[in-house]
Design a protein around this ligand. Sequence first.
Ligand code: PRT
Ligand code: ZN
Length: 284
Amino acid sequence: MKLKIAIQKSGRLNEDSVRILKECGIDLSTGLNKLRSEAYNFPLEVLFLRDDDIPQYVEDGVADAGIVGENIVYEMNKKIKVVEKLGFGKCRLSIAVPKNTEYKSAADLKGKKIATSYPLILGNYLKKQKVRSKIETVSGSVEIAPSVGLADAICDLVSSGSTLFANGLKEAEVIFKSEAVLVSCEKLEKEKAAILKKLVFRMKAVKRSRHSKYVLLNAPNNKLDTICKILPGMKSPTILPLVEKGWSSVHSVIDEEKFWEIIEQLKENGAQGILVVPIEKMVL
Ligand code: PRT
Ligand code: ZN
């Protein structure tokens, strides 16, 4: 028995989807014109599809699971389960208006025409705001709609903002935040559910390790108490004596962002030879 997982064939999510499977220890056979691939060392078959098709395949049970952007999941509105956020493919769905347009609040969109490929998510947002606008559904090149006179505003995915800028638009409202997620069929047979559980367990370990770093430092023994207080660990730091008398080596796992906040404090309290090492997997 194998679990069939659908991932994007080509595009923004393809590389990271293959990478997360690889980091989960899953080796895929790769062909040139790959439409499907089998893992050598895990009961997994990978189908390569257009991202928009993934929710339907999963709802129909043609694929048991999939990796796709939340934006697609919520827009397609299929009967599928979101199992795990994966931390890549981050973007936001925003309403943007020509940069010279005055914009204060959603009420300014009243009676305006908004071009988008996300009519469902946009419609729900406008309903919630009690604003009536006209939604013009387009399938691509949304950002040119205002300049060609098709619409007054757009609602599209944004990551760096440079596409909006290049088209003379400004971001007016973020209506949805998205990242890649693992989705699954609502009803999976027992054996497949067990494989999915294993996969999720590995993905969680990979995700956790991405933000965490292993820190090693040397400290004089009389400063150990203070340093251990500064340094949060998974449980508590490990302390090993150095050959040099009066000194110890302190090991801990910390969030990378926190490290930059506390490095000065560590040094002020006598820490030396600080090493920060990446962690490959982290199982709690
Ligand atoms: O061929 P297929 O249908 O599979 O791919 P696609 O062309 O429909 O999708 P693709 O590969 O462009 O995007 C796949 C998924 O990546 C999306 O569904 C999102 O979940 C996620 N993602 C993350 C993005 C972006 N960031 C993004 N910036 N998807 C699209 N964009 C586009 C956006 O539409 C706009 O045109 O990039 C432009 C804006 O980018 P900035 O950096 O200029 O702001
Ligand atoms: Zn697509």
